[in-house]
Design a binder for this molecule. Structure first.
Ligand code: NAP
Length: 300
């Protein structure tokens, strides 16, 4: 087992709620997802609940169309919760239409401006291909390289504390690692019991890249799965907590999305219990290569 997969547990066996990235930056293992969280009222309500329940990390993206609302809500909420900017870990992502020379730099600056922040804690290339072009387009590798170089420059300039990628396959990572000046600190990818991307997790672990899962709840569908319900009932936890704990226990970060204050609170209570090996195996045994989101496997 690589060091990265042990990241959720300290040497003494006490649990840590953060992971140290390969450049020393510390990132919370649990953050609030915000895909489809639309409108200032909804964003404000969710962030208010999240900050009140101890979340210190929020995940957004240019394509979610909510960067400006998140920035505005944070300006209002951080002081109310007695928090400063440096208490919060903010992630955003480059829009796939902004891949490539020139466009990538502008996309990075646009995210900063929309959020109204001087710096972001983590910025990701959202997708390995360029929007509007076919997956097989032979220019995708150049667009990826140029985009990554833009993120490297933004990090060097102090605008991003850490940089990473999302939806990259092992193939995309193998291509970028020998060529980049800064190795990605994070890979954000779909990962849950129906899509146990073991090869990706092993590759990340071997290369000091933190794997952060998205769609951990299968967009809400996995919470109704029989095996998940059984484990939850036997531990007196919610099905969502079981799904999220399954990831965190492997050192994989999670960013569950909810607009409901009660669920937001429950989804963060992952550190007071442990799944036994039998439960871990039962959940991992659900693997059926099922995706609830997009598949980048065909992007050259
Ligand atoms: P998800 O977190 O797996 O599921 C969200 C859904 O589950 C929502 O419909 C939510 O409904 C429901 N839910 C939340 N907590 C629940 C609970 N405790 N019990 C029952 N249902 C619950 O899906 P996701 O939004 O796809 O993924 C999470 C985040 O990952 C996104 O928001 C986004 O930030 C990120 N993401 C990134 C990518 C990428 O390409 N990089 C792709 C997808 C997602 P309510 O809101 O009504 O609670």
């Amino acid at each position: 087992m690589g060091a990265e997969r042990e990241a959720g547990l300290s040497r003494e066996g006490f649990e840590m709620e953060t992971v140290k990235l390969n450049n020393g930056v510390e990132m919370p293992l649990v953050g609030l997802g915000t895909f489809r969280l639309q409108g200032y009222e909804a964003v404000h309500r969710a962030l208010d609940a999240a900050l009140g329940q101890g979340y210190r990390s929020v995940d957004t993206a240019a394509v979610y169309g909510n960067e400006a609302d998140i920035g505005r809500a944070l300006r209002d909420l951080l002081p109310r919760h007695g928090l400063a900017r440096h208490d919060l870990f903010v992630t955003s992502k480059l829009g796939p239409r902004d891949m490539g020379q020139g466009a990538a730099e502008a996309g990075c600056l646009h995210s900063l401006e929309a959020l109204g922040l001087d710096y972001l804690d983590l910025y990701l290339v959202h997708w390995p291909g360029k929007q509007g072009y076919r997956s097989e387009d032979a220019r995708n590798p150049s667009w990826r390289r140029e985009s990554w170089e833009a993120l490297e420059r933004m990090q060097e300039a102090g605008s991003f504390r850490a940089i990473g990628v999302s939806n990259y396959t092992v193939g995309h990572l193998r291509e970028m690692l020998p060529a980049c000046r800064v190795a990605p600190a994070v890979l954000q990818s779909e990962f849950h019991p129906r899509l146990v991307q073991r090869d990706l997790l092993d590759f990340c672990s071997d290369n000091s890249i933190h794997l952060q899962a998205y769609s951990s709840l299968g967009r809400g569908e996995l919470v109704a799965e029989d095996k998940v319900l059984r484990v939850a009932a036997s531990l007196g936890r919610t099905p969502a907590q079981v799904l999220l704990r399954w990831a965190v226990q492997q050192g994989v970060g999670v960013i569950p999305k909810s607009s409901d204050p009660l669920r937001i609170g429950q989804n963060r209570q992952l550190f007071g219990f442990c799944l036994g090996q039998d439960h871990m195996d039962l959940l991992s045994g659900m693997h059926s290569n099922t995706r609830y989101c997009w598949d980048s496997g065909t992007v050259v």
